[in-house]
Design a protein around this ligand. Structure first.
Ligand code: ATP
Ligand code: MG
Ligand code: FE
Length: 357
């Protein structure tokens, strides 16, 4: 079965074709990726310091068809060879989701194919199955992206339990806001991470919010405020050289990353202990972060658990994860399939509410 996946929830237009034969034969799951096209709108939104929803929707409209053609050409397939269409139904920006949903549903109707609405986070958290060391079920997923920070228990495809989540800012949001404070471009996650590598450990005593709380929740807005306070203190102090300024930024980035990583790692370990799971999956854009990856690898060695990552290029939004999640859901249960042409999007949507029975 060849599944077309369409992702348009935020500022990436992603299209991909996934052949389920790889999964069904127990082959490396990534072998099923036949073609993919991705366009990131980051450059377009950068001058506004964040995603402008209306611009995002218009750009998805411009990009989606050429990306479909590109994916088909790569896969050496024609439209007639597609068996089903998966699209991101939510959560995300309403206008952006509408573009993907309208496109997917219209195409499905035109080709007389079933379609399936996929939860964006399900795409993220199943994507480590496309990596070279795929996890086995059940596993804990640490989902750290631009809009979410959650710990989920994944017992199998379509069975998710939320164990804890952020009470305020998402980890990616904290990265992006801190980057802005340090004068870096949006989205600054990767840039902060690079800057932190040049920073000295422990120069600033930043908070590690909720590190010792009994639950599995997170809170990152206080950490960002602590960074802001350091920046204000620096600005109010005497004039320093550009070199001192650069070192200040690098050291602050280092302390920020260390605090955030410490909390993410500690809560992940707690979730593993609590559930008895031996496999941890890191998913979402912040999952590309090298400091977080090394800290988790370190703990895994000592803690008797395994960490699994998606291929690096599939950490941030893409069409592959939507085609793949849609495909796995269809294989698990055909109930989610629809022939309706309604553009029913879900800008706010709890993953667990979409569980299979
Ligand atoms: P959601 O999936 O919650 O709807 P999103 O799709 O916008 O949000 P992703 O595309 O999964 O989020 O991830 C984007 C986020 O990942 C941004 O906040 C970005 O700064 C962050 N990010 C990307 N690379 C890195 C990195 N190397 N280190 C830290 N953060 C990173
Ligand atoms: Mg994005
Ligand atoms: Fe995402």
């Amino acid at each position: 079965m060849i599944v077309l996946g369409i992702e348009t929830s935020c500022d990436e237009t992603g299209v991909a074709l996934y052949d389920t034969a790889a999964w069904e034969n127990g082959d490396l799951a990534a072998k099923g990726i036949l073609g993919q096209g991705l366009h990131s709108q980051i450059a377009m939104h950068r001058e506004y310091g964040g995603v402008v929803p209306e611009l995002a929707s218009r750009d998805h409209i411009r990009r989606v068809l050429p990306l479909l053609d590109e994916s088909l050409a790569q896969a050496k397939l024609t439209l007639g060879q597609i068996d089903a269409v998966a699209f991101t139904q939510g959560p995300g920006l309403a206008g952006a989701l509408l573009v993907g949903s309208a496109f997917a549903k219209s195409l499905a109707q035109g080709l007389n194919l079933p379609s399936i609405g996929v939860h964006h986070l399900e795409g993220h958290l199943l994507s480590p199955l496309l990596g070279t060391s795929a996890p086995s079920f059940p596993f804990i997923a640490l989902l750290v992206s631009g809009g979410h920070t959650q710990l989920m228990l994944v017992s199998k495809v379509g069975h998710y339990e939320l164990l804890g989540e952020t009470l305020d800012d998402a980890a990616g949001e904290a990265f992006d806001k801190t980057a802005k404070l340090l004068g870096l471009d949006y989205p600054g996650g990767a840039a902060i991470s690079k800057l932190a590598e040049k920073g000295q450990v422990g120069r600033f005593d930043l908070p590690k919010p909720m590190l010792h709380s009994k639950d599995l929740d997170f809170s990152f807005s206080g950490l960002k405020t602590a960074v802001l306070n350091q920046v204000k203190k620096w600005d109010a102090g005497e004039l320093k050289s550009p070199e001192q300024m650069a070192q200040f930024h690098a050291d602050l980035a280092r302390s920020f990353v260390d605090s955030l990583v410490a909390v993410l790692v500690s809560k992940s370990e707690k979730a593993l202990k609590q559930t008895g799971c031996k496999h941890l999956v890191l998913a979402g854009g912040v999952g590309a972060n090298q400091q977080l990856r090394s800290a988790l690898n370190e703990k895994a060695k000592k803690g008797g658990f395994e960490v699994h990552y998606p291929p690096l290029e599939l950490c941030t939004d893409n069409g592959v994860m939507i085609a793949f999640a849609g495909a796995l859901r269809m294989l698990a249960d055909s109930k989610g399939l629809s022939k309706s042409g309604a553009f029913d999007i879900k800008p706010r949507w709890d993953l667990a509410s979409n569980n299979l029975t």
